[in-house]
Ligand binder design. Sequence first.
Ligand code: ASP
Ligand code: MG
Length: 430
Amino acid sequence: MTRIFKFGGASIRDADAIRHLGDLIAGEAPKPQAIVVSAMGNTTNALEALLGSARGDDPADYRQRLAAIRDDHLAVAEAMFGPGSSVADELAQRLAELDAAHRAHRQAPYPFHYDQTVGMGELLSTALVAAWLNEIGVATRWCDARTLIITDDRHQAANIDWAATQERIASLTQAGDEVLLTQGFIGATAGGAMTTLGREGSDFSAAILAEALDADELTFWKDVPGLYNADPRRFANARQMAQLSYEEALEQTWHGAKVIHPRTLAPLQRRGIPLTVRSFLEPDAPPSIIGPEPGEGDRQPAFMLRDDQVLLDISIRDGSFVDEALMAEVLTRFAEAGLHANLLDVEALRLRLVVDHRPERLAPVLEALDERFSVARQDDLVLLTVRHPVDALLAHLDADRTRLVERCNATTAQRLYLAAECPDTWQIPD
Ligand code: ASP
Ligand code: MG
């Protein structure tokens, strides 16, 4: 049975966490064939800030940020391997390369520079984790994901070259029960330039590997016990879902559930590989499973919140109908600006869109539309999407709240509320 594991940043945030990961792998039977690991803790955010600084004009700030990232990693290496280990040398070496690269890439386009910098987090973390697994007797081979995941050069959101990637992964050879350990989030172009797959992309990396290795099972180890029917940080009584289908998981992700990277499911679905989400802290707790079979998650209500929404009410100045051609014209502008319509509602004379508040993307679109369209805008809104809604439940949610827009079909209800009328912590009505 071929198993693939993926560990997120929280599960390797410090030396204790990495030790725990080691114990967990040592105790698993059968052993995973491959393990995909994210960057340690908040390293990815720290690298993004470092990049901003590298491109700015405050060298002291840059040096301080680089030193903080170095200190964090070296402290973990020292706690695990003692002073002056070869892992520490390797980490220091990579960070010195990063520092040198910053000087070379300062004038390069931002997305390219982003990938060369931010992708470093996974190279650092995997050096630590691989060394630790070998130290405790779990034979582990560190693999460079840049030789496995081949992409185009769309930096920051690279597209996978599936054929090349499949070929690279299939040609991996593995001795005995050796575990392959590789980085999530990163890949490289055919020419060898590092690329990244988008924030939280390690999930996607693991799914790509699972598909290419025709795995029987992919497991995400998380700091929560599984998947919930609502974000437990926002809904006091969110409940864990034992099982749901790929289709349902995709719908929930599309509507804003943040548990897995949206591109993760397609590779798994192609081969019918189940995705198990388990608790890193309580490995024996019941998991959640996303797979080919529908489960309770396909039937019971689930809740997705999007904060900081903007409602745009768009009509054409000459009073024409909003026909297909007009809709296409408007929607193309949003698509090209990378703005997703979280809710779409059409009437004869107006098109209503709800988008995330992203001023840098929205401003140019509104400016371009202004010539032919009049746009009314409302800010500070919350979009609540309910999968498998029932009337009584919706009535409860709507009570005492202004519904600016609503949409409902057999499987999904959406409500646009004023943020000022929404609680910080929601209660799912019984
Ligand atoms: N380290 C990357 C991020 O924080 C990728 C990942 O964790 O999935 O977005
Ligand atoms: Mg992560």
